[in-house]
Design a protein around this ligand. Structure first.
Ligand code: 3HC
Length: 314
């Protein structure tokens, strides 16, 4: 028993000294499990997050918009692969992670369970969804687990392109016809509060925050990041000459108030009852099944190459 306490003490001392924890280091089972939980859900979010935007690739209003959207959706696939690889360093298999997603057991970000109804949604997703993701992911660049922190550095660089291309779409619409302006404002109104809920439940309901903070996976709380995101978006929206629902400057607090968030709706979406949950999972399962032949061919090729390199010279 005392040896384990010694390991725990040394582990926490490394965390407190800002020494990165690497895959081969000793770590508490609970640390490993919460990292698998968070990193795999992050990876699932990236992969499922491709679907709402993918819906508009064939309908982008110009070749330039189509190329940018193609690049963004492709980036998200890459982010998912980095993060699945980071999760695998903790001893879990890709197959297990994907089974958990396809069976509905694993979570992914609630935001991807909403439909993309107009082209303006593609701008709003880039500006608000990727903007919120960046706010959270910049913090995760300093996560105590090495592979996760390092994956975040590259992901954040690509997210800033996603964020800019989204804002530029809305800026273009904001300078367009009355119908285009109306489409952009309607989109912002629809995505704003679900985007705020990306940061997770209020700190009082955040079951993982205490340990994630102690282990420096999480450096700032859900509410702190949410408030910072609101304050930044409230300044940016003025350049669009548009508004954010219920956002009002509070002189006393020195921040923007953002009204009530419907946490009952949030948990209902997280539990699978959002507008598009079933459609998103069905699309992922279909893609996985249709891609089985690619995985089999790649494994067969790898096996053949392995046997060839191991075969004794004739
Ligand atoms: N959607 C679904 N589930 C959510 C959620 C959300 N928006 N926010 C919280 N939850 C879940 C948590 O996973 C947890 O459930 P679990 O214990 O079964 O995993 C429960 O609600 C309680 O929340 P906590 O605050 O205790 O959970 P965390 O401490 O893990 O904090 C988090 C939540 C801030 C989302 C954290 O998990 C995190 O930082 N995750 C990685 C970043 C991420 O997932 N970003 C969003 C999606 S990525 C993206 O947008 C890609 C972009 O390119 C489009």
């Amino acid at each position: 028993m005392s040896q384990n306490i010694d390991f725990q003490t040394r582990f926490q001392a490394k965390i407190d000294a800002e020494i990165k924890i690497e895959p081969k280091d000793w770590m508490p089972e609970a640390y490993r499990k919460t990292l698998i939980r968070q990193i795999s859900q992050h990876a699932h979010s990236e992969i499922v997050g491709m679907l709402p935007e993918g819906n508009w690739i064939t309908r982008a209003p110009s070749l330039r918009r189509k190329v940018a959207l193609l690049a963004k959706v492709q980036d998200e696939a890459g982010h998912g692969l980095y993060l699945y690889s980071a999760a695998e360093t903790l001893g879990v298999s890709r197959e297990q992670l994907l089974d958990d997603l396809h069976s509905g057991k694993a979570k992914y970000s609630s935001i991807f369970n909403y439909p993309t109804l107009t082209w303006a949604d593609i701008g709003t997703i880039g500006w608000l969804v990727d903007g919120a993701a960046i706010m959270n992911q910049v913090m995760l660049c300093r996560a105590s687990y090495g592979p996760y922190a390092r994956a975040m550095v590259r992901i954040c660089k690509e997210e800033s392109f996603h964020h800019r291309q989204g804002f530029e779409i809305l800026l273009t619409l904001s300078k367009g016809s009355e119908a285009q302006r109306k489409m952009a404002q309607e989109s912002i109104n629809r995505w704003w509060k679900p985007a705020l809920m990306m940061f997770g439940p209020p700190d009082s309901e955040s079951t993982n925050s205490e340990m994630s903070t102690k282990w420096k996976i999480k450096r700032e709380s859900n509410d702190e990041l949410r408030q910072r995101f609101v304050d930044v978006a409230a300044e940016q929206v003025t350049f669009l000459n548009m508004t954010l629902p219920d956002v009002v400057w509070n002189e006393e607090r020195g921040h923007f108030d953002f009204g009530e968030l419907d946490w009952e709706h949030f948990w209902s979406v997280v539990k699978g009852n959002g507008p598009c949950n079933k459609q998103r999972l069905a699309a992922r399962v279909k893609a996985h099944e249709e891609g089985a032949w690619v995985r089999e061919a790649a494994l067969a090729y790898a096996e053949k190459r392995k046997n060839r390199t191991e075969a004794p010279p004739q």
